[in-house]
Design a protein around this ligand. Sequence first.
Ligand code: HEM
Length: 220
Amino acid sequence: MTLNDKIYKWLDDRFKLSELLPPIVKHPAPLNVVSNPLYCLGGTAFLCFLILVITGIFLAMYYKPTPAEAYKSVEHIMTAVPMGSLIRSVHHWAANTMIAAVMLHMMRIYFMGAYKKPRELNWVVGISLLLITTTFGFSGYLLPWDQLAFWATKIGTGIAGSIPVIGGYISLILVGGNDIGAETLTRFFAIHVMILPIAIATLLGLHFMMVRIQGISGRL
Ligand code: HEM
């Protein structure tokens, strides 16, 4: 018996893996999925998300969300932290790639009609995932606290503020006062590293559960 077999048996005796795993891993996929790379776009978005979580945790170890220290802490990450510039760049590019992958994934769903019955609810969950993904990008943009970040946020919160009736409240909640400042930075940080990760993890769980229950669209 190899070491792998021994480990598997040890786990199997305790968690009944041989009963639990087959229905999860032995699942027929439609033939068109296996041969068509367009079906990899959702998985690509998820891979980007995992990379963002890992690199984001490392960035959070050095980043300081105060107006006096935010810019300096990013500079410190870029110049003094070992592999800091690599980790920040990977975070940046994974974020851009995730947005592109989610948009293309949505187009694949739309043009292939994969949103139709019984997958309507998964389309709705998907739209929420798209909103969360773009809000991740928007909230992360302010964190370096440079001129580009400041003015992009000024414009973004201004657009949110121009929504009829509720715009004023949304802008107040986001900005935390009359102008972009310390309150805005801590709010965006909390949104970026706490609220959105919890929201996206919950919705991804729902999204994948529905894909599993309903199966991927297409002929088996
Ligand atoms: C964080 C963003 C998202 C991730 C990680 C994700 C991930 C996935 C994965 C891995 C699949 C399996 C099949 C495939 O990859 O094509 C899938 C299927 C699906 N996704 Fe997404 N998705 C995301 C966003 C969206 C969006 C924005 C929509 C639409 C508005 C959407 C709607 C759907 C639907 C309807 C299916 C079932 C497709 C079928 O059965 O052919 N998803 N998603």
